[in-house]
Write a protein that binds this ligand. Structure first.
Ligand code: JFZ
Length: 594
């Protein structure tokens, strides 16, 4: 647990502007040395992560007690001694495992790469290893190497195959990282563990399974930068074509992984990936049925693509080798959507138009894809700041042309003629001439009467004084990290968050503050200012910010604002007087009133 806490503190980025902060982190670490084989990864967009090990057999329960959150951590959570944990292998017999079926599911889901746990922190090897007897061939009644079959089945279908390998944490080994309940951490010789187990096993994995797409390292530790570089160099020669994930540590690796379940809110250059659990756990938990629907997966995928990255979605097969029913069902539904709409996802780059109340954009040369999550009430879709000469606008699936008009720098598409069928993401294509427009990071946030809800998120705040934009990380159960960008540090009237919004139609709007507010911050007065008018409010208590509990946000309606005309407005939030931090501001919601 302590390790996880450390890991996420490093991820917690504090900066005046969260958008800039992330760009900087990325450009510095990677731009100079792109891997020659990075292109397939940039184009792939959709990967399948598989966490499978002895924890899958335990399914979230040990000694009659149920565990919630990251199921692959059960040995650590329940502090199971190695002497008992090794016995789990005796009942691990995944007779229903079928490599062809798994690979075919991935294919049907539109997956382009697969990464599976060869060895997780528990220390059990899911492949045939000569380095240890604690592996699936030697220690279980199954006696076969499932990775061999899976490598072949994915290759046959043109899916890139990769291994997750926990290079530092190994709770089975006296010298491996982080088993403190059996072994004394201070007596450990990490180098011995690296030399005797991790490196020889990685050599097996990089030698015996054909060309790999990715080696996905995780939770680094116990090595200096020089040692990590030597480690990478030693392995590289075996698979020069394979990418290494950034969690190899020390700023090395070929692409960036965001924290678990984290999507940046603005485009990020370079190769990167967001990883998500399908339910609340990576490893199988029998009592976790909180699966994301295909609707949620499709919006997640288009959202990640709109910022320029890949989504690697995890599934946790059970101890018999079955992939959970809802994972199969919703992955297949996602695949069905991708077969019709894949052009707007695969091999695209981030969209040049920032997120709108209707959805997000992706692009390729000459085409801008509008991912319409919410239809405008009057059918009139605003694409702000798009000045290129347009050769046509049409619905992607049936190529039906749509009327459009220009208004200043805006493009307005009339989608009223499209049927009102259900879809999580209706994709429209704008075909245009010339160089793509530049992404305008300073563009005002659109607020339109055509949508029930308009979110003005903290990431778009201009902060002053001690106010800053910060990504806050917390979990609900255990290891199921959530990330929310907030404006924090507002303690005095000089510490303000200002939002530039473009209100597209006159009318009354309810302005709602969304924030988290611990006891010590509650009952303080604040000001919301628009157009020279000040609206007062007093903060409402929600919850403390505790990394291992939900961060609770309240939607606090503060005022009606009457916009006399369409135009640019600035909304500013600040404390009324000096005091404790006012709250952690997630954003403002503008709700048009009818
Ligand atoms: C790690 C593992 O501990 C976990 O079991 C799972 O395999 C996950 C994919 O990766 O957990 C992490 C590692 C890094 C961060 C968060 C969770 N991080 O940097 O935010």
């Amino acid at each position: 647990m302590r390790f996880i806490l450390m890991a996420f503190c490093a991820v917690l980025s504090v900066c005046g502007n969260a958008q800039q902060g992330m760009e900087e982190m990325w450009d510095k670490s990677s731009a100079a040395k792109e891997h020659p084989n990075i292109q397939w990864f940039k184009e792939a967009k959709f990967g399948l992560f598989i966490h499978w090990g002895l924890y899958s057999q335990l399914a979230g329960t040990w000694d009659g007690k149920n565990y919630y959150g990251s199921g692959e951590w059960i040995m650590n959570q329940a502090k199971i001694p190695v002497s008992r944990y090794r016995k789990v292998a005796e009942s691990f017999n995944p007779v229903n495992f079928n490599a062809e079926e798994w690979a075919q599911l991935a294919k049907d889901a539109g997956i382009k790469y697969m990464v599976i746990t060869a060895k997780h922190h528990e220390g059990f090897s899911m492949f045939d290893s000569k380095v240890t007897d604690f592996d699936i061939v030697d220690a279980t009644p199954y006696k076969k190497d499932p990775m061999k079959a899976l490598a072949a089945a994915t290759r046959k279908r043109g899916i890139r195959f990769g291994f997750y390998y926990s290079q530092f944490q190994d709770w089975y080994e006296p010298d491996g990282g982080r088993n403190t309940w059996d072994f004394d951490e201070s007596k450990k010789d990490y180098q011995k563990y690296y030399q005797k187990k991790a490196i020889p096993q990685l050599k097996e994995l990089l030698t015996n399974y054909g060309p790999l797409g990715i080696v996905w390292f995780d939770t680094p530790g116990g090595m200096t930068k020089e040692q990590t570089q030597a480690f990478v160099d030693e392995l590289r020669v075996l698979q020069p074509g394979s990418l290494f994930s950034s969690r190899v540590g020390q700023g090395l690796g070929d692409y960036k992984d965001f924290g678990d379940s984290e999507v940046p809110q603005v485009p990020i250059k370079g190769a990167w990936e967001s990883i998500y659990t399908h339910n609340d756990s990576w490893g199988y938990i029998a009592h976790d049925m909180n699966f994301k629907s295909s609707h949620e997966i499709i919006r997640l995928l288009s959202n990640v693509a709109s910022k320029g990255g890949n989504l690697m979605l995890n599934v946790g097969p059970d101890g018999k080798g079955n992939i959970p029913y809802y994972s199969i069902k919703y992955l297949k539904e996602t695949g069905a959507w991708l077969r019709k709409n894949g052009e707007s996802i695969y091999a695209t780059t981030f969209g040049q138009i920032p997120a709108q109340p209707w959805g997000v954009t992706t692009s390729r040369p000459g085409k801008l894809y509008l991912h319409v999550w919410e239809r405008p009430e009057n059918g009139s879709l605003l694409v702000p700041g798009f000045g290129n000469a347009i050769t046509g606008v049409y619905a992607l699936t049936d190529k039906r042309p749509l009327p459009f008009r220009r208004q200043g720098g805006d493009l307005i598409v009339n989608m009223a003629s499209l049927p009102q069928e259900y879809t999580p993401d209706k994709v429209l294509v704008v075909a245009y001439r010339g160089a793509p427009p530049a992404y305008d990071a300073a563009a005002p946030v659109t607020v339109s009467p055509q949508y029930a809800v308009n979110n003005v998120d903290a990431v778009f705040a201009k902060t002053s004084g001690a106010a800053k934009t910060q990504s806050l990380t917390y979990s609900h159960y255990f290891g199921d990290w959530k990330h929310t960008t907030c404006v924090t540090g507002m303690q005095s009237p000089e510490d303000a968050a200002s939002f530039t919004v473009r209100i597209t139609g006159p009318g009354d709007y309810k302005l709602i503050l969304e924030y988290a507010c611990p006891q010590e911050s509650a009952r303080q007065e604040g000001r919301l200012e628009v157009e020279g008018k000040t609206y007062m409010f007093r903060t409402l208590r929600t919850s403390e910010f505790d990394k291992s509990a939900p961060l609770m946000f309240i939607k606090h309606p503060v005022t009606i604002f009457s916009a006399k005309s369409a135009g640019i407005y600035t909304i500013t939030v600040r404390p009324y007087r000096q005091g404790k931090e006012l709250f952690k501001l997630k954003g403002i919601i503008a709700e048009p009133l009818k």
